[in-house]
Design a protein around this ligand. Structure first.
Ligand code: AMP
Length: 297
């Protein structure tokens, strides 16, 4: 099947008009590139579930609160496009910064509540940049379905909330986190870790899993579980930015755990910040499925 890389919004719209007229469903997987097997899972699902899969690759400047992080973010467009083609993607949309932000952006999407904890306070402006660029991408591509990773659970919650609050007619699908054999969640930032940091990285998932096991064995005091997990990481000389046990939808920390939750954390290994989270069914481990995704109509 043929595929193409498009950088212009007008050209993309023209290319998609035909597919839409032919009644094809359009799937979008928004990414910042440096694609890995985690992205591939999202893309495969889009290809499988929709007639016409679009992958956007755009390192979005307005979601970086640290300019150095933006500068050193890996950019591998040629390989990324190659992978998308192999996976059955029809269009790789890779706009320049000037194309996406032709004039200084004066309109922003601010999602409150779900951004109050976890990454929110540590990355001022981050979710505003994410929600704004995702809404722009939704307006440009007008997909029927869009795919986001549970790896960034708070981001997924922000997008679900935005779509509901603003009546955006896009169905949001969450995709399970893809991990290395040692548990480390795949991330474009992993390639910035040196050997020693990479050896420390599995401790993050181990700490989250330990909390999950403790809850499923009956522990319900969030503060005690937090303290224990943070201490275990700090003992290994890992700087913990946050570790919280949160409600699945509101992303607000819970005090007593009496139902399904997400255990989420951010750590620093040298200059690299890693985030991860696990779903936990709650005390007794009842296999409650994660929240059903509401339609943004
Ligand atoms: P990014 O390029 O980091 O902005 O990620 C693009 C999309 O891929 C987001 O929806 C991420 O949540 C998702 N993603 C990133 N890493 C993983 C992973 N290890 N497993 C599943 N999805 C992922």
């Amino acid at each position: 099947m043929s595929w193409q890389v498009i950088g212009s919004i007008a050209e993309l719209r023209a290319a998609l008009a035909g597919a839409r007229r032919a009644g094809r469903t359009i799937g979008l997987a928004p990414t910042m590139g440096a694609l890995h097997a985690g992205h591939a899972r999202l893309i495969e699902q889009a290809v499988e579930e929709t007639d016409y899969a679009v992958v956007s690759i755009f390192v979005n400047p307005i979601q970086f609160n640290d300019p150095r992080d933006y500068d050193q973010y890996p950019r591998t467009l040629a390989e990324d496009a190659e992978l998308c083609g192999r996976l059955g993607v029809r269009i790789v949309f890779a706009p320049s910064g000037e194309e996406m932000y032709a004039q200084p952006q004066q309109s922003f999407v601010e999602v409150q509540g779900v951004t109050q904890f976890l990454c929110g306070p540590f990355r001022p402006g981050h979710f505003r940049g994410v929600a704004t660029v995702v809404l722009k991408l939704f307006q440009i591509v007008q997909p029927d379905v869009a795919y986001f990773g549970e790896k960034d659970a708070q981001q997924l919650a922000v997008i679900r909330r935005m779509v509901r609050d603003l009546n955006v007619p896009v169905r949001i699908v969450g995709v399970e986190t893809v991990r290395e054999a040692d548990g480390v969640a795949l991330s474009s930032r992993n390639r910035l870790l040196n050997g020693e940091e990479r050896r420390q990285a599995p401790a993050l998932y181990q700490a989250l899993e330990r909390v999950r096991e403790r809850i499923e064995a009956g522990a319900s005091d969030a503060a005690a579980l937090r303290q224990e997990a943070v201490a275990a990481l700090e003992e290994r000389r890992i700087r913990v930015e946050y570790l919280e046990i949160v409600d699945l939808e509101s992303m607000h920390p819970v005090e007593r755990i009496d139902g399904p939750v997400r255990v989420a954390a951010a750590i620093w290994l040298g200059a690299v910040r890693l985030i991860d989270n696990v779903f936990c069914a709650g005390p007794g481990g009842a296999p409650t499925p994660p929240v059903a995704e509401p339609e943004g109509r």
